[in-house]
Design a protein around this ligand. Structure first.
Ligand SMILES: *Cc1c(COP(=O)(O)O)cnc(C)c1O
Length: 387
């Protein structure tokens, strides 16, 4: 039996304030529900936060990833390097344009792909590479960009769990050709569903804006005759609504507060679990990196690692919400395994993270007492399965 009191600590909880609610209701009180001033202001404010480039709001991160490859003209016959340890969306975007994902194992200490691992996996047909900044710690973009230039590869940075992550002063997503963000409820900020596409290239931004809205050649304000336009190319409807954009703007006003709380909770939790035998915390300690601390992933060794699911059940029973980032290496997911086959020996580090780790909460919804409870619960859960 556990010797601590139950305490309810969800893994994540959207942080919605009265200001957030008022911002959404304001939009509903008016007449413009899509492509209006909220979307444009959200894009401008997001661009100011990351510190440059062009920002285009999207209906999701998945939509942004998809459009990235459409815009690049990547398709059948092309290969794209994709991290094995990521959300399935990073790979689906490649599949959706008919190209082939070539999966790359991650570093065991950070969960990030390295330039060397990308180089070793590249094929003659490789046209682009993607990275995910795992749990808010940045990949080594200077080295990865040097490799990409050597091989003339386009670079997509999946920043879905890396809002606020910087290398030096430069935000992730502004190193490669494209950066994509998610505003799904458990991410750093939320719009319910939503995403952002960022790029340093003005021509890419222009084409993405058209692809986002059916391939239409002019925006509402550019139309001399209301309702008249032409469609020179195929396109999608991947727009964000004005209600979502208003919520995003309101959330973005708290982004520094959110990041500070995450950093504080991560630090406290990492210190508290450091003394638990057989627990490795995924982290990177480069002092030039600013992390966004998406979650604290504890990789369990020995018996506790083999009984990860029992540890999770015990944590949940003590009220600790947990998750797994990510639940399987993407090439092991049924769609990819069935299509391409799967060789576990190629992805030992991604396998270990998926099968032996538990992601613990560090979000702004926690109190210091919650953080202590999470650490104590982990200590107890591991002791019980190891006994
Ligand atoms: C959550 C997530 C996505 C998907 O984001 P949506 O906005 O839900 O499409 C993509 N990539 C990564 C790494 C994620 O964690």
């Amino acid at each position: 039996m556990t010797s601590i009191q139950h305490r309810n600590v969800p893994f994540a909880r959207p942080w919605i304030t009265d200001e957030d609610r008022a911002a959404v209701l304001d939009v509903l009180g008016g007449h413009v529900l899509t492509h209006g001033p909220q979307g444009e202001a959200f894009e401008a404010e997001f661009r100011a936060f990351v510190g440059g480039g062009h920002a285009i709001s999207m209906s999701s991160c998945m939509a942004a990833l998809h459009l990235a490859y459409v815009e690049m003209g990547i398709g059948p016959g092309d290969d794209v390097l994709v991290p094995a340890q990521t959300h399935t969306a990073t790979a689906h975007a490649v599949e959706l344009v008919g190209a082939r994902p070539i999966f790359v194992d991650c570093d065991p200490q950070t969960g990030n792909v390295s330039a060397d691992a990308l180089r070793a996996a590249a094929t003659p047909r490789t046209k682009a590479l993607s990275v995910v900044h795992f749990l808010g710690a940045p990949c080594d973009m200077p080295a990865i960009m040097a490799f990409a230039r050597e091989r003339d590869l386009r670079v997509v940075e999946d920043c879905a769990i890396a809002l606020g992550t910087r290398i030096g002063e430069r935000h992730v997503g502004l190193w490669g050709d494209v950066g994509t963000f998610s505003f799904y409820p458990v991410k750093h900020i939320t719009t319910g569903e939503g995403g952002m596409f960022i790029t340093q290239h003005a021509d890419v931004a222009e084409r993405i804006k058209k692809l986002r809205a059916f391939g239409v050649d002019r925006t509402h304000t550019q139309r001399q005759i209301p309702g008249y336009y032409d469609v020179p190319t195929l396109g999608y409807n991947y727009r964000m609504s004005e209600m979502a954009a208003a919520l995003g703007r309101s959330q973005l006003r708290r982004v520094y507060e959110i990041l500070a709380l995450r950093k504080q909770h991560f630090g406290l939790l990492a210190d508290a679990v450091a003394s638990i035998p057989g627990v490795q915390v995924l982290r990177d300690s480069d002092p030039t990196h600013t992390h966004s601390h998406y979650a604290l992933t504890a990789v369990l060794s020995g018996n506790a690692g083999k009984q990860r699911n029992a540890v999770v059940a015990k944590l949940n029973a003590m009220g600790v919400g947990t998750s797994i980032y990510y639940p399987q290496p993407v090439p092991r997911m049924a769609h990819y395994r069935n299509k391409y086959g799967y060789d576990a020996r190629r992805f030992p580090n991604a396998e270990r993270i998926s099968d032996r780790s538990v992601a613990l909460p560090v979000g702004p919804h926690l109190t210091k007492e919650d953080v202590e409870h999470v650490a104590n619960a982990l200590r107890i859960a591991i002791a019980e399965v190891s006994a």
